[in-house]
Design a protein. Structure first.
Length: 348
């Protein structure tokens, strides 16, 4: 059976008609029950007055409801345009105030979500631009080397050199893609870090083990001062990668015969990890930019690297509610300090 949908105006008219009919029936009933014309007239007058008041009440409610509906529609229109906050009109009607207040909260949530989407979109565009810029050089080098092998008559030694060059460029692309996948997964929350109270000594040992060969080739003195029984809430895999990125830079930018030192100290609220080197140092004017993705100082553009290690390190540490700072000066070495909270809060 199909339901009949009635408008508010029709409903109010039906209510008014019902009141009028009820009043007439009531007056007729009084007349037949009492056979008194005066009583019937009094009843009729009373019914008429009550009907008038009921009519006034219905009209007031109808006008008030129409005004309230218009206000709500205007508020929703403001929300849809999104340029300004919806106009709030408060009155004595508690229910309408509550509805308008909830609509205003909804608007604020929509604006916050819109801003978040805009930030994410800008970040994605920046990421795509960075990838395009970083991939361009090794891709161009690969094309040039492949063209030389195909179009030129080269000796076996020259072919071997070109093939070795291609292999190096392919390794750069592979490293770049791997680093980009890691950073994008960290940024988007695809990878969640698992903080557990585990030995920071073992995590540090894993990071140091990856740089000892390069340190020995440069005759660097690498020392570590860390209690072997110190438990710190952290993700051992990702924290080891963060420490490795700093240690790798320390080895890379420290001249032969220099030193790299790691010191771990437990404070009351956090554990402090200092990684110091006797390298070239970082000018103060560059220190605010070294944690940006793909940033490299102009003086080291000729050295191996793409400038994403410190960016990944900061992401890993910050997602464990830690922080990192750098203390350095040109020609005076560099110290990176990592602070990891000692409490067991879940990593993001």
């Amino acid at each position: 059976m199909k339901k009949v949908q009635l408008s508010l105006s029709v409903i109010f008219r039906l209510i008014g008609a019902g009141i009028a009919i009820t009043s007439i029936v009531l007056c007729i009933s009084v007349f037949f029950a009492t056979q008194n014309v005066t009583a019937a007239i009094v009843c009729l007058i009373t019914a008429a007055v009550l009907s008038i008041w009921a009519f006034i009440l219905v009209r007031v409610l109808q006008n008030r409801l129409a005004r309230f509906t218009n206000d709500i529609c205007q508020t929703i229109d403001d929300m849809m345009q999104g340029e300004t906050a919806p106009k709030m009109i408060f009155d004595d009607d508690t229910m309408s105030d509550r509805i308008k207040h909830q609509l205003n909260r909804l608007y604020q949530m929509m604006q916050s979500s819109k801003k978040m989407i805009e930030v994410q979109r800008a970040g994605l565009q920046e990421l795509i631009s960075d990838i395009s810029h970083q991939v361009k050089t090794p891709a161009t080098n690969l094309k040039m080397a492949a063209a030389a092998l195909l179009e030129q008559a080269l000796s076996s030694e020259q072919q071997a050199e070109y093939l070795q060059f291609i292999n190096v460029q392919a390794d750069k692309l592979d490293f770049l893609m791997s680093a980009m996948v890691k950073s994008s997964r960290l940024e988007t929350g695809v990878i969640s870090l698992n903080k557990q109270p585990v030995s920071i000594y073992e995590t540090l040992a894993a990071a140091l083990g990856s740089i000892f060969l390069k340190a020995e080739e440069k005759h660097l003195q690498v020392t570590a001062d860390c209690p072997d029984d110190l438990l710190v809430p952290h993700d051992p895999k990702w924290t080891a990668e963060a420490l490795f990125n700093i240690l790798e830079n320390a080895v890379k930018y420290t001249p032969e015969g220099g030193a790299v030192r790691v010191t771990v100290v437990r404070w009351e609220a956090c554990t402090k990890i200092d990684i110091s080197d006797t390298g070239r140092g970082i000018p103060e004017s560059h220190q605010a930019a070294i944690f940006k993705r793909f940033y490299r100082e102009p003086e080291v553009h000729g050295m191996e690297g793409i400038g994403i290690g410190l960016y990944l390190t900061r992401e890993i540490i910050s997602k464990q509610d830690g922080r990192i700072k750098v203390t350095s000066a040109a020609g005076a070495g560099t110290t990176f300090t990592i602070f990891l909270p000692n409490d067991q809060e879940p990593a993001r």
